[in-house]
Write a protein that binds this ligand. Sequence first.
Ligand code: BGC
Length: 379
Amino acid sequence: MRNRILPVLAALICIIFYSSCQSNHSQERVSKSFFGIMPNGDTVFRYTLTNAHGEQIKVLNYGGIIQSWLVPDKNGKRGDVVLGFDSLDQYIKQSPYFGALIGRFANRIAHGTFTLNDSTYHLYLNDGPNSLHGGAVGFDKKIWTVIPFTTDSTEGLKLHYVSKNGEEGYPGDLDVHVTYTLNNENAFRIDYEATTDKPTILNLTNHSYFNLNDGKGTILNEKLMLNADTFLPVDSTSIPTGEIRSVAGTPMDFRTPTEVGAHIDDNYRQLQLVHGGYDHNWILNTKGNLSEVAASVYDPDNGRFLQIYTTQPGIQFYSGNFLDSTLHGKDGNVYPKHSTIVLETQHYPDSPNEPSFPSVVLNPGDTFHSSTIYKFSVK
Ligand code: BGC
């Protein structure tokens, strides 16, 4: 009897071992490590994507946060180009959305109120009189399911989250898939996909705080290009007034690469209204064309050059006006005012209350798709 059981057991072990090797085979280049424990006991992991040219991106299943983004400079020296923290505790208690996925509605909704098909919805007011970045507990604070994948020339993560009907006041069960893909041309691509079972609104983005100088100091000497002829002026609570204004002749004109600091202190009301600096949505000339560059950032000291492509109609450029050197970030860095260029590809703020803005409504039976590519090189 024993003689017969042993070979069967051995075969079983082999099969289990082999199939586990197989299932890990496609994931072996994406490493996964422990990052922390949530107050409710959930484990937070950090996944590392690395490409053939030394670009390396670390992502948490908490908020889909891009926690670290290493990119070579013109001398081949790698440095971290995004602001962030070393500990989960800091992300939970202090983070101004560092690197996170934002939803259901990125940016502001005036008075946290919108009407859809004759029903009026009320959202949590977490930004003065308005609702910002999804409310009290947005997608940036959720644990996402993460599945690593690899192909011959890419590695990536498939993230998934289901936002239930009524969560944060929004209607409909919303099923959200986000795919992060890093390729060997130093392009990192984010694809967003969502479906709903009731009419709802959504605006999804990633909130990475770029600083191409290894996260150190201000970005006032970094050169920004925004492929946009117009922007959306805001009121004193950062809600668009409805006006679409030409950038020509204003400090908002980044159509040719311009140092962020060149006009940031100009006597221009729109800069003063948002705590001194830039915090506005530009209307992209690219009109959803993913092969035309929407924005770029260049650090003249180390040569790092970032180009952004997107299918989204707008881009929010925020210059870290509310940072004030109180946060203790990675690598011993503190983050002063104007230490970042946040470029959030998205629909326009407060779109649900501005019928003339492109629609942010998602209906059952339709699938929302958007894509953004962040391509690094050196000049
Ligand atoms: C907003 C800023 C805000 C920041 C952090 C940005 O997307 O435009 O006003 O301070 O996020 O919350």
